[in-house]
Write a protein that binds this ligand. Structure first.
Ligand SMILES: Cc1cc2nc3c(=O)[nH]c(=O)nc-3n(C[C@H](O)[C@H](O)[C@H](O)COP(=O)(O)OP(=O)(O)OC[C@H]3O[C@@H](n4cnc5c(N)ncnc54)[C@H](O)[C@@H]3O)c2cc1C
Length: 345
């Protein structure tokens, strides 16, 4: 039997960043992942944006998450010797005059200044961009190429002898008072970072996941713009193509791209961009969300050495680094975790 401090099931963004934080704190980890072709992390657009939604409000924990986020990913790029982080300004065009007015009140609220780059009350005059009422530019925003990050981490963990490819069946887990046995491994603790797959793991049947399917198109077009445009859908210029996403579908729990999804995206795109998108790639995935929009981070109610790190929904890129550090501090130094993310809440 190989002895490890902690086993981690799943190597998406959650498992990768948690493993790195535990390793930084001196833990000897082993990651087990089934290396799927499609996963939430492999499909994610990877945007992080402190001001979101129709209300154009700061997202949950914005002041804790965003000031250090780009530095976090830049440091990780250095460690992995791979580029996957891109600081990108997000431009949010106004839908109507009412929104313009709401926004001017918003800008006067305390605590918004660090996230606002500028506001324009008229079109920013980018050829073929449909923004007659102008909009605002967000600061502290950007994009992480999550698939590249996960692939770089996999290479890193393999080189450390901390990764094996295995689709872990739930019945293979042997839980004892002080230790965990799984295949040829014995460990003090195990942490499940299974993304949407947790919804079918009997260990977590008490937790209610809300899996939200999302579809994304990559294509070529004649739009020349550096920043991301976000209004209901996003247009993300990346490499030599434009990425357009995403749909939100609570009913179909599969990872199949659909004609309906593509039509919906192109239809919404036509309200933001007057040119044509030549679609080159169409992907779909499931977001591991929860009903109260808070992740599940913490230990099992019956098994004190079994934990979960999941439920990051559509905000994995901004939430996962912060909660990976919090959970690692909790495990290694006994620091308290916020009740809001406790799986038993
Ligand atoms: C279309 C779309 C667009 C998105 N856009 C954004 C965005 O712009 N910004 C943002 O922040 N987030 C976005 N997200 C959400 C983001 O992708 C997720 O929050 C994040 O990737 C979740 O990571 P995870 O590690 O929890 O899950 P996953 O990436 O699904 O990773 C889980 C891993 O565990 C493996 N696994 C599961 N069970 C087992 C088992 N029993 N044995 C072995 N391996 C197992 C899986 O195969 C997988 O490799 C988007 C998601 C989708 C689908």
């Amino acid at each position: 039997m190989q002895k490890r401090d902690i086993l981690i099931v799943g190597q998406g963004l959650a498992g990768s960043l948690l493993a790195l934080e535990l390793e930084k704190r001196g833990k000897n980890v082993m990651i087990l992942d089934n290396n799927p072709i499609v996963s939430s992390s492999k499909v994610a657009a990877g945007l992080y944006n402190p001001i979101t939604g129709r209300k154009m409000a700061k997202t949950w924990l914005a002041d804790e998450l965003f000031p250090n986020l780009s530095k976090y990913y830049q440091d990780l790029e250095k460690k992995m010797n791979t580029r996957f982080h891109f600081s990108k300004t997000i431009y949010r065009p106004f839908n109507n005059i009412e929104e313009q007015n709401d926004w001017s009140l918003r800008t006067m609220e305390l605590g918004y200044a660090p996230y606002i780059k500028s506001t324009s009350s008229h079109s920013i005059e980018v050829d073929q961009l449909l923004d007659p009422l102008g909009g605002f530019f967000v600061n502290n925003s950007g994009m992480v190429d999550v698939a590249t990050l996960v692939s770089a981490c996999k290479k890193y963990f393999k080189a450390q002898d901390s990764y094996i490819e295995w689709s872990v069946p739930s019945e293979a887990l042997e839980m004892e008072e002080e230790k965990i046995k799984l295949g040829s491994f014995v460990a003090n603790q195990i942490i499940f970072c299974e993304g949407p797959m947790a919804a079918i793991n009997p260990l977590w049947s008490d937790l209610k996941f809300r899996l939200v399917k999302g579809e994304i198109l990559d294509g070529s077009c004649s739009l020349t713009i550096d920043h991301v445009v976000s209004k209901g859908i996003f247009m993300l210029p990346y490499k030599n193509y434009l990425r357009v996403g995403s749909t939100y579908d609570n009913h179909n729990q599969n990872e199949e791209p659909t004609e309906k999804g593509s039509r919906e995206l192109l239809n919404r795109l036509s309200k933001l961009y007057s040119g044509n998108l030549k679609v080159l790639k169409h992907q779909a995935g499931l977001r591991p969300a929860t009903f109260d929009r808070r992740p599940f981070v913490g230990f099992h109610h019956k098994h004190k050495n079994v934990a979960i790190f999941n439920g990051f929904g559509s905000k994995g890129v901004s939430l996962i680094p912060y909660f990976a550090m919090s959970l690692a501090d909790h495990i290694c130094f006994g620091k308290k975790m916020p009740l809001e993310v406790n799986p038993l809440r």
